[in-house]
Design a protein around this ligand. Structure first.
Ligand SMILES: Nc1ncnc2c1ncn2[C@@H]1O[C@H](COP(=O)(O)OP(=O)(O)OP(=O)(O)O)[C@@H](O)[C@H]1O
Ligand SMILES: [Mg+2]
Length: 257
């Protein structure tokens, strides 16, 4: 039957439900929240010698699909916004966009509509507000992928993206760019040369050593500035990294290159 859900669709819905319940922003575990704060500090220190007052554009990518890039990006944006930074999230993955669904925002207008000149920046910025009960609201501005274009690589490679980022840098402290995986399509390589730094997500029991090596090689070829790695999904096997009895559960581990 046409309306019968496939096993894959059911699993995707379950994942999303779990993610909303446990893994995003205010619902992160204590250990997860602490790991993101450490990541925030490390990122801030990475730019400590930069005297420009312009906001920083940070890309998040990985070697293969499904390593947790979008989830990392959401949590990073939340953690920076929580510390009173002005934060914008841009969905640079125009092939498999997920942010509108995850944050319950409109699918368009978004980045693609801006890059073809159909909409103004103000039309495309949506606000996501969240926060812990009893605490001040945390606001993150978001530009979702927008109408899915036939030519994402060409759009991302156009000088319009640079002009757009130049304007946005004046209005935000940190801009996080969600990118597709490096070994799947060229988009992340194209956009990495326009960002101030790239974070690579690797996922426990998911990332393949060869694909990661190839990702590093390709990012170096385009002179991307690699800020470091996020190790997503470190489970019980990795408890030895953390103080006994202090962390209940560990989700993230950041290592600076
Ligand atoms: N540490 C984790 N524990 C459990 N589930 C996770 C974890 N990290 C990510 N996931 C789940 O894995 C799925 C993929 O995560 P996400 O969409 O963030 O990855 P992605 O790298 O952005 O994927 P894509 O390459 O398709 O853009 C999501 O359903 C997410 O909830
Ligand atoms: Mg993603």
């Amino acid at each position: 039957m046409a309306d019968k859900k496939t096993k894959k669709a059911i699993k995707a819905e379950e994942n999303l439900k779990n993610e909303r319940r446990f893994m995003i922003g205010p619902r992160l575990s204590f250990a997860g929240a602490e790991a993101y704060k450490l990541l925030r500090t490390n990122i801030m220190f990475s730019f400590s010698e930069d005297s420009s007052s312009d906001g920083k554009v940070i890309g998040v990518t990985s070697s293969v699909p499904g390593e947790g890039k979008s989830m990392t990006l959401l949590n990073l944006a939340y953690t920076f916004a929580e510390s009173h930074k002005k934060v914008l999230l841009i969905e640079g993955d125009m092939r498999l966009p997920t942010l509108a669904g995850r944050l319950k925002l409109k699918n368009a207008p978004g980045l693609s509509n801006l890059l073809v000149g159909l909409n103004s920046i103000n039309d495309a910025i949506q606000r996501f507000t969240t926060g812990k009960e009893g605490a001040p609201a945390v606001n993150v501005d978001v530009i979702v992928a927008g109408t899915i274009p036939p030519n994402p690589s060409e759009l991302l490679g156009s000088s319009r993206l640079e002009s757009l980022l130049a304007i946005l840098r004046k209005n935000y402290d940190y801009i996080f760019l969600d990118q597709p995986p490096v070994t799947a399509v060229t988009d992340a390589l194209i956009t990495s040369s326009k960002t101030d730094g790239t974070i690579i997500v690797v996922r426990n029991n998911h990332t393949n050593r060869g694909a990661l090596a190839e990702t590093m090689r390709q990012l170096k070829l385009v002179d991307a500035r690699i800020l470091g790695f996020v190790y997503n999904g470190a489970g019980d096997d990795n408890r030895k990294y953390y103080k006994k009895g202090y962390y209940k559960k560990k989700d993230y581990y950041y290592k600076k290159t």
